[in-house]
Design a protein. Structure first.
Length: 474
């Protein structure tokens, strides 16, 4: 009797569950069931969280606490109906949960090659119609003026998933090659400090380069990013859209310093709002417009604006990170866990605050502090600086805030943003006859990752590696 209680007591001492939830499921079915459950949770839980936030916002408006109280609001679906729709939506056979089950089950239960299982499961997702990838056009007739509607379907709705798989496969391959090189170098006593530095800076560099592409796209080519991603960056950046439009027009040369191109009204609207001299907004007179316009009411000092940005961004981030960290502690509260949660939330908030600060201060460095000394102060140099160099400097600088994050989280964050950066270099939707290329890339990448997860689990890094190993184990 004592021996039968030992495993349960040991599990309790480690803080883990005394019994696995899938223990009653046959071992051969466990990977499939785990994959479906995980896919269902990832598809449903975020929508449930959004529903709760919407109900809280509605309740606040009803009490007069919300900013839009009294305004005409569009009719909303009843909460119970929304809940049922969300829960049922996760059961759709053409959704992510079934994809996860088909991929994992096909690779384990039915002993189908992972490559084949990946092809079939991705086809399942791609077969679902999506309004964003369907277009109805009028098909003209050469002989008559009449036309009939024609529906054109586009590919690309699974692009982010395919790029995620590709990123993970490249990480596995490059990581394995680098690990073997390191072993040989250490054995031959030829491993240098430079190579150690490369190992330590690989993830931060990947994160910084990915963020540079993402921020450049957000500023100049927002259509290359998902709508939700654009919306989140807009909220975090808290920048006046007129300033963005002015710098965009500097890049397209619609706005040129020293010339009257009819663009003065854009920034003069900001001048009236912030009570600045009206000539600050006229590019024919102000060459360039003062950096105080970039600061949006924080005064002329670039350094004070940077500190102000950090404070506001840190506070905004803390209201996001702290509740999530405290929610994790609430399961089994203790002083040690509470302290760790507070430190983790503060560190993550400092990282995001520095990210936003580095972007803005990078713009100021190029426009005011360094750029004019290197490129000159003439009109042509000012056009070049505001035509892309200042924004490019901010994009380059912001990602290095990752150095403030916990080293253990850097790899996860780098691998999270890398596929999104790759997506900015590709069309969000493309011709359906080229979809086989994406399917091939996804299947090959998934085969690499799954094979590595089964034969060398530690090579699949980060939280995703831990989750994948948990799902695939018998």
């Amino acid at each position: 009797m004592t021996s039968s209680l030992q495993p349960r007591s040991a599990a309790a001492a480690r803080g883990g569950p005394p019994r696995k939830w899938d223990r009653s499921i046959p071992p051969s079915l466990r990977p499939l069931v785990r994959a479906y459950a995980l896919g269902y949770a990832s598809a449903v839980v975020p929508r449930l969280f959004t529903l709760v936030l919407q109900q809280v916002t509605t309740a606040r408006r009803g009490r007069g606490d919300g900013p839009d109280n009294g305004a005409l609001q569009p009719p909303r679906e009843p909460p119970v109906a929304s809940l049922q729709r969300i829960l049922r939506g996760g059961l759709d056979p053409q959704r992510f949960p079934t994809f996860c089950a088909a991929l994992v089950g096909g690779s384990t239960l039915f002993e189908v090659a992972t490559f084949t299982a990946a092809c079939l499961s991705l086809k399942l997702l791609q077969s679902k119609a999506s309004p964003g990838f369907t277009e109805t056009v009028a098909a003209g007739d050469n002989e008559t003026s009449s036309s009939t509607p024609e529906t054109i379907n586009y590919a690309g709705r699974t692009l982010d998933l395919s790029l995620f798989a590709l990123t993970r496969a490249l990480d596995v391959i490059i990581g394995e090659l680098w690990s073997q090189r390191r072993k040989r170098g250490v054995a031959d006593k030829q491993w240098t400090n430079f190579e150690t530095a490369i190992s330590n800076l690989a993830d931060p560099t990947m994160f910084a380069a990915s963020c540079a592409l993402i921020m450049w796209s957000w500023f100049y080519y927002p259509s290359r990013l998902p709508r939700a991603y654009n919306k989140w960056i807009d909220s975090a950046a808290s920048v006046d859209k007129r300033l963005i439009k002015a710098l965009q027009r500097c890049r397209t040369k619609e706005l040129r310093y020293g010339e009257d191109t009819g663009q003065a009204s854009l920034l003069q609207g900001m001048c009236l709002e912030y009570k600045w001299p009206l000539q600050w907004g006229d590019p024919a007179v102000a060459v360039p417009f003062p950096c105080e316009v970039v600061h949006m009411g924080c005064g002329p000092s670039c350094e004070y604006h940077a500190l102000s940005r950090f404070y506001r961004s840190f506070r905004w981030s803390l209201f996001t990170y702290l509740p999530l960290n405290l929610l994790l502690v609430a399961r089994r509260p203790s002083f040690r866990k509470l302290k760790s949660a507070l430190l983790s939330a503060a560190r993550s908030s400092a990282f995001l605050g520095a990210f936003i600060t580095f972007f803005y201060y990078g713009v100021c460095l190029a426009r005011t502090r360094i750029g004019p000394h290197l490129l000159g102060r003439d009109t042509e140099a000012r056009n070049r600086i505001d035509g892309g160099l200042c924004v490019g400097t901010g994009c380059f600088a912001c990602g290095w805030s990752i150095m403030l994050e916990n080293p253990g989280r850097r790899k996860d964050m780098a691998l999270f943003v890398a596929p999104r950066a790759m997506a900015t270099l590709l069309p969000r939707r493309y011709s359906l006859d080229k979809q086989w290329r994406e399917t091939l890339v996804f299947a090959a990448s998934t085969a690499v990752v799954f094979t590595c997860a089964l034969e060398n689990p530690k090579r699949v890094r980060g939280v995703f590696g831990n989750v994948l190993n948990t799902v695939l184990r018998p």
